[in-house]
Write a protein that binds this ligand. Structure first.
Ligand code: GTP
Ligand code: MG
Length: 149
């Protein structure tokens, strides 16, 4: 079963969007299998965004992500990596459609509320970076038969 790493960024936590964002993925039918509120270290964030280390905004990005607690989560479900990205919207909220998380809840690219893994390989890497994978919770949802054929 496919898994993705989602993180509500410090602006999303400060703006009290945790409940609403979690609700979005719950209503969709995805299953929450891991969750923690944490202040991420500089090392973790640099590693998390290592692919962007050459970008001019890299250090600003790491400081933004260090500016407060993050709600780190692992979600599971069919095609969850791609579908979560669709639900999140584009990197720049200005390009994100209404109905997406970034389209509805934020304005600037440097304060875009949520992170989502961009591929199955990234999801694997990010989940093992942020979580002890053996501590993720495997549970049977009573509604599964009403969501999947
Ligand atoms: P994540 O889910 O956070 O990984 O975003 P993304 O996959 O939609 O975009 P990407 O991985 O390319 O960039 C990571 C994050 O860097 C973005 O979510 C933004 O917060 C930030 N970022 C991207 N482009 C810019 C930029 O041009 N300026 C600034 N200040 N931040 C940017
Ligand atoms: Mg990304």
């Amino acid at each position: 079963n496919e898994r993705t790493f989602l993180a509500i960024k410090p602006d999303g936590v400060q703006r009290h969007l945790i409940g609403e964002i979690i609700r979005h993925f719950e209503k969709k039918g995805f299953k929450l299998v891991g969750m923690k509120l944490m202040q991420a270290s500089e090392d973790l964030l640099k590693e998390h965004y290592i692919a962007l280390c050459d970008r001019p905004f890299y250090s600003h990005l790491v400081e933004y992500m260090r500016s407060g607690p993050i709600a780190a989560m692992v979600w599971q479900g069919l095609d969850v990596v791609k579908m979560a990205r669709t639900m999140i919207g584009e990197t720049n909220p200005a390009d994100s459609r209404p109905g997406t998380i970034r389209g509805d809840f934020c304005i600037e690219v440097s304060k875009n509320v949520i992170h989502g893994s961009d591929s199955i390989e990234s999801a694997r890497r990010e989940i093992s970076l942020w979580f002890h994978t053996d501590k993720l919770t495997c549970w049977a949802e009573s509604t599964e038969h009403w969501i999947y054929e």
